[in-house]
Design a binder for this molecule. Structure first.
Ligand code: PNS
Length: 168
């Protein structure tokens, strides 16, 4: 069957995002995807219009720390169009998480636009654990900035860095 994945044709999936910072929701998705795809590349967008809390290097470092247990997970960065990066990496799948219906509209738009740009690339949506369905990087940043606890929302290494960042 043409295109069916097998040992000779391993599936490389790209999980793109800002990861500012990586949350337990992201990590849960990474763990699930690492069991399905032969290789998973967590790809951090380099240039974004949003001013990030963490520098690109910090975000990549945190991702390295929290994904080191997964031998088939790699951390990389990308710039420009996601589909161009995916083509360069010869990826077959774009992975995105959907927490709630509210995520769906934006994700659908991106997935369909990416399909229009590159029809050979499939967007796969996965659901994080329900216990993380309310966790977002934006809210985690806000809680940390206002001095609230973020334990359980982000990995301990990220929690430490958040604390250090907001008391800078
Ligand atoms: O974690 P985010 O911020 O929701 O991730 C958004 C991301 C990085 C996946 C998206 O902004 C993206 O792919 N940007 C790269 C530029 C691009 O390809 N834009 C068209 C997407 S339809």
């Amino acid at each position: 069957m043409a295109g069916f994945h097998n040992v000779m044709n391993p599936v490389l999936a790209i999980y793109p995002g800002s990861f500012d910072p990586v949350t337990n929701g992201h990590l849960d998705l990474i763990e699930r995807a690492a069991k399905i795809f032969e290789r998973l590349v967590v790809a951090v967008l380099r240039n974004t219009e949003k001013a990030p809390l963490f520098t690109l290097a910090e975000r990549v470092e945190m991702l390295h720390e929290v994904t080191q247990a997964f031998s088939n997970v790699e951390v990389d960065t990308f710039d420009g169009l996601l589909v161009d990066y995916a083509r360069r990496r010869q990826a077959r799948v774009l992975l995105r998480g959907i927490r709630a219906v509210s995520d769906y509209e934006y994700e659908l738009q991106m997935a369909l636009l990416n399909r229009k740009l590159e029809s050979g690339l499939e967007t796969v949506f996965m659901l994080p654990a329900v216990s993380y369905s309310f966790v977002s990087s934006r809210l985690v940043r806000e809680v940390a900035r206002l001095g609230g606890p973020v334990s359980g929302l982000v990995p301990p290494a990220v929690e430490q860095r958040l604390r250090a960042k907001v008391t800078d």
